[in-house]
Design a protein around this ligand. Structure first.
Ligand SMILES: [Zn+2]
Length: 381
């Protein structure tokens, strides 16, 4: 096989992002954006390419993230294989020309070999860059610009620098706080970088529902402070990590040891709030799973010892919305975020899991319904 022309540029844009560009004849593969991931690309034949993806840290669960751009000097059809080495294809590719609007690849344009785990894509490429990614790309810039738009619409939200990340970036909390309120709830999103459906789409829709100008939402906000960590792992998101933060640690296994700045930040922040007299009543931690949607809830001991919010909330969702809740019970003793809330603050907490490929419209509707029913549950207590 003739070696293709290969030019590699490495431009350090800032401490977190290395920008490289792989050039092969007239087709260019791009990784010059936050959250991109493409380990290697080879030309394997006329208009045929193999792309390779490997995780930044191991061991890691099977969540092979990919995100790259492609352009071609001339309009044409190319074949691109996604090769994950010892891992297997999981996420149905999403395509975009602007990294804002995404569309799932047509079913007839993808084939997955279940024994090798390699996916083969047929793509139409042109001089306009085509983005191909495991999920909609949501880098820290994207989440922070959503926050900045929210702050304009809702001046009652206070954005604070709650701590720093491993890479010394600011890590933010959003506060809606009335000093006369002691009752508080906490939302945490995106500990795991690829988990955009729950970690970003559900989380945003849920939070925006809490901010709505309905009577129910304003009643709720008149009684509850809302503390939010909208992107707990910005380093991991921007690095295109499969699971970890920049130290290679799964943050959702660090809620007992607190070895990482991101988990330490939350603990320090909430400890300070409780010292000021705030009472944390409930917490939600937003994730995505292959088998979602479902909700992880703690042993029944959790609600027996507290305010029975979870069973009332689930009853309300099932009676008043189109959604059913698959609740999966887990032990109190695991080093997960929601266990921390129960063990430290004696409050109820859930892990909110969406599914990888659930229709995005349904994801938003579910999050809105869950948020409304949670507010009514609290308003009625
Ligand atoms: Zn997760």
């Amino acid at each position: 096989m003739k070696l293709f022309q290969f030019i590699f540029y490495l431009v350090i844009l800032n401490s977190a992002l290395s920008c490289n560009k792989n050039v092969s004849d007239d087709v260019i593969f791009y990784t010059d954006f936050h959250s991109s991931k493409l380990t290697k690309v080879e030309k394997t034949g006329d208009n045929q390419y193999t792309t390779y993806f490997s995780p930044a840290f191991e061991p890691v669960n099977k969540s092979p993230w990919f995100a790259f751009g492609i352009s071609s000097k001339i309009d044409k059809e190319i074949v691109v294989q996604l090769n994950y080495g010892k891992y297997k294809h999981r996420y149905v590719p999403k395509l975009s020309s602007d990294k804002k609007t995404w569309k799932i690849i047509d079913a007839q344009r993808i084939k997955v070999d279940s024994s090798t785990g390699i996916a083969t894509l047929n793509l139409s490429v042109s001089s306009q860059k085509l983005y191909v990614a495991a999920q909609e790309v949501e880098s820290s810039e994207d989440t922070y610009s959503w926050i900045n738009e929210l702050l304009i619409k809702h001046p009652e939200i206070k954005k604070t620098i709650a701590g720093k990340t491993v890479l010394d970036k600011n890590n933010y909390a959003l506060e809606i706080e009335d000093n006369s309120n002691l009752n508080s709830i906490v939302l945490i999103a995106r500990q795991h970088p690829p988990e955009i459906p729950g970690g970003t789409i559900s989380f945003k829709a849920f939070y925006e529902e809490l901010l709505s100008n309905s009577q129910m939402a304003s009643d709720f906000r008149s009684k509850f402070n809302i503390y939010t960590f909208p992107l707990l792992n910005p380093d991991g998101a921007d690095m295109g990590n499969w699971r970890h933060n920049a130290n290679g640690v799964d943050l959702n296994r660090d809620w007992v040891g607190f070895t990482q700045p991101e988990t330490q930040m939350v603990d320090k922040y909430l400890t300070r709030k409780t010292k000021e007299g705030k009472k944390i009543q409930f917490a939600l931690d937003f994730h995505t799973s292959y088998s979602g949607p479902y909700m992880l809830i703690l042993d029944s001991l959790n609600e027996i010892k507290t305010n029975k919010i979870i069973p009332d909330w689930i009853d309300r969702i099932e009676n008043n919305s189109q959604f059913k809740v698959e609740a999966r019970r887990r032990s109190q003793q695991l080093p997960y975020c929601y266990n921390y809330f129960y063990n430290k603050f004696n409050c109820e907490a859930v892990t909110y899991e969406e599914g990888d490929e659930v229709d995005r419209h349904i994801i938003k509707k579910r999050a809105q319904a869950y948020a409304r029913e949670l507010m009514i549950t609290f308003n009625n207590k």
